[in-house]
Design a protein around this ligand. Structure first.
Ligand SMILES: Nc1ncnc2c1ncn2[C@@H]1O[C@H](COP(=O)(O)OP(=O)(O)OP(=O)(O)O)[C@@H](O)[C@H]1O
Ligand SMILES: [Mg+2]
Length: 260
């Protein structure tokens, strides 16, 4: 029976879709059955990160409205047997989606998967209430910028008010050189500001941009630091004890080991 996880952020462009694609691919590579649902109504792009944009015929609103079966709308990854994707509609807004219908659809799909991850749009409006309303747990994504961190804190409050209490923080696009120079907010400050436990930190990596363009998540190349970071987040989600950034014996990331 699937656990349903939503990836959220207050600020846009912080890496929700990248995290969803990479964590989903990592979980599938462990032999788990994964469904990634694109919850970014009107502006979907998880299909591009997964490289399956040419195979989409139906979207989840077609399933909710009875236009097609879930099986017709779900696209299976050709390489990873366990990885499936369900697209968001592009021709309507989040306000037009039947949110109860969305939750019902997600609940019906639970028995077929180990994890369902919903990639939410930024902010706390319609996409947020639809996606979070169907989820058990949440991953809040932030970058090490004040604007993003403050918004992450608002999102955490909103999730709590919706009764979602299992929430983890991912700090994305960390630049160690900038932290060393004092040009980027350090990890302890972020953890202190957003009262949500850290599940992973992902370095800034140009490989992420390339992999998003190629449609093959970087986690498929686990020797990269960002790929390793996403793989470790996936392992922690399954309950495996993996020290944060275990590859870093010294330096700023050693803070993480002490925090957990
Ligand atoms: N760790 C990283 N290193 C380098 N680039 C990254 C990293 N994470 C994400 N990016 C880049 O940042 C941009 C935004 O990422 P992404 O689309 O995943 O964010 P998002 O939060 O889903 O955005 P939106 O709010 O628009 O849905 C993309 O160009 C992506 O390639
Ligand atoms: Mg996105």
């Amino acid at each position: 029976m699937a656990e349903v996880i939503v990836t959220v952020s207050g600020k846009g462009g912080v890496g929700k879709t990248t995290a969803t694609a990479n964590i989903g691919m990592a979980l599938a590579s462990m032999g788990l059955k994964i469904l990634l649902i694109d919850g970014d109504v009107g502006l979907r792009n998880l299909d591009i990160s997964l490289g399956i944009q040419d195979r989409i015929v139906y979207h989840f609103n077609d399933v909710i409205n009875g236009m097609c079966s879930a099986d017709s709308a779900i696209v299976k990854d050709e390489k990873y047997i366990g990885l499936c994707y369900l697209a968001a509609p592009q021709n309507i807004t989040g306000a037009e989606v039947n949110k109860e219908g969305f939750k019902e659809m997600v609940d019906k799909l639970r028995p077929r998967f180990d994890y369902i991850i919903i990639d939410c749009a930024a902010g706390i409006d319609d996409s947020f209430s639809m996606c979070a309303g169907a989820a058990d747990k949440a991953l809040i994504i932030t970058t090490p910028e004040l604007i993003s961190i403050r918004d992450a804190d608002r999102v955490a409050e909103r999730l709590e008010s919706m009764g979602i209490t299992t929430v983890y923080l991912i700090i994305n696009r960390i630049n160690i050189d900038m932290i060393k120079k004092g040009d980027m907010i350090d990890i302890d400050t972020i953890i202190g500001t957003v009262a949500v436990p850290l599940i992973g930190a992902v370095p800034e990596d140009v490989g992420i941009i390339i992999s998003n363009n190629k449609g093959r998540p970087l986690v498929l190349r686990p020797r990269t630091r960002a790929g390793t970071a996403f793989l470790n987040i996936a392992k922690r989600l399954t309950g495996e004890k993996v020290p944060i950034m275990a590859d870093e014996k010294k330096g700023f990331f050693s803070f993480f080991a002490r925090k957990r």
